[in-house]
Design a protein around this ligand. Structure first.
Ligand code: NI
Ligand code: MN
Length: 225
């Protein structure tokens, strides 16, 4: 069992009944955030890259909860330099944590902090927890190796950006869902600001037309895989 809660933008909470983790917790200054950073209780924080709309409240949440930040080496070192526990990984590597497995994958994007310091490569991540495997694409353009990600780990769900401008737009995300072949596709990274306005129902319809199962999650909504 894996319960997934959508905290808007690219932020998701995963809960297997024992361990709770949050991915890319951008809540403060996020107009769609359904919860405050102070109310997030987790054991781990996973980061795909250092941009402000992903790093977000990660350090504050990690400090308050004594949670471990899991990220690629450069970003994990940055987190550790700010006084939080960190587990350094890198793209292509997986690690078996007490709650399950985390494996970082490629993403075509950037990864500078809000101060402009570069934090290594941006990433996507495959998380296996509660007997389910979920791919969070981070911020990325479309790439052919998504086919490989879905082949290496059969996916119960894929979380894909659809907002365009900084990441894949709807049509590229539809192609991505085809290649990943996850049992369920969930759109993210849209409607936070005007520049990434997108209609998730258009994405859902186009993806369903290809025979894939889609779920448009409301901000704050939970589903159980
Ligand atoms: Ni980004
Ligand atoms: Mn972003």
């Amino acid at each position: 069992m894996l319960k997934i809660t959508y905290l808007s933008h690219s932020a998701f909470l995963f809960d297997d009944g024992t361990t709770r983790l949050v991915i890319d917790p951008f809540l403060t200054n996020n107009p769609n955030a359904p919860v405050k950073a102070d109310d997030v209780q987790v054991n781990y924080v996973i980061l795909t890259h250092a941009h402000g709309d992903h790093l977000g409240d990660a350090l504050a949440i990690a400090k308050k909860n004594k949670a471990t930040v899991i990220a690629v080496n450069e970003l994990a070192n940055y987190a550790a330099s700010k006084g939080v526990n960190a587990h350094n990984m890198h793209i292509g590597g997986g690690f078996n944590f007490p709650f399950g497995r985390v494996k970082f994958t490629i993403a075509h994007h950037g990864s500078s902090t809000p101060e402009g310091e570069y934090m290594g490569e941006p990433a996507g991540v495959v998380i296996t927890m509660g007997g389910k495997s979920v791919y969070h694409a981070g911020d990325t353009g479309l790439f052919m190796d998504m086919k490989l990600i879905g082949a290496v780990t059969p996916l119960d769900a894929a979380l894909l950006p659809i907002g365009d401008n900084f990441t894949m737009g709807i049509d590229d995300a539809v192609r991505a869902s085809d290649m990943l072949n996850a049992k369920l596709t969930i759109p993210m990274h849209y409607n936070t600001w005007p520049v990434i306005e997108a209609d998730p129902e258009e994405f859902a319809q186009k993806t369903r037309d290809r025979g894939m199962d889609v779920r448009v999650m409301k901000f704050g909504e939970s589903i159980t895989l």
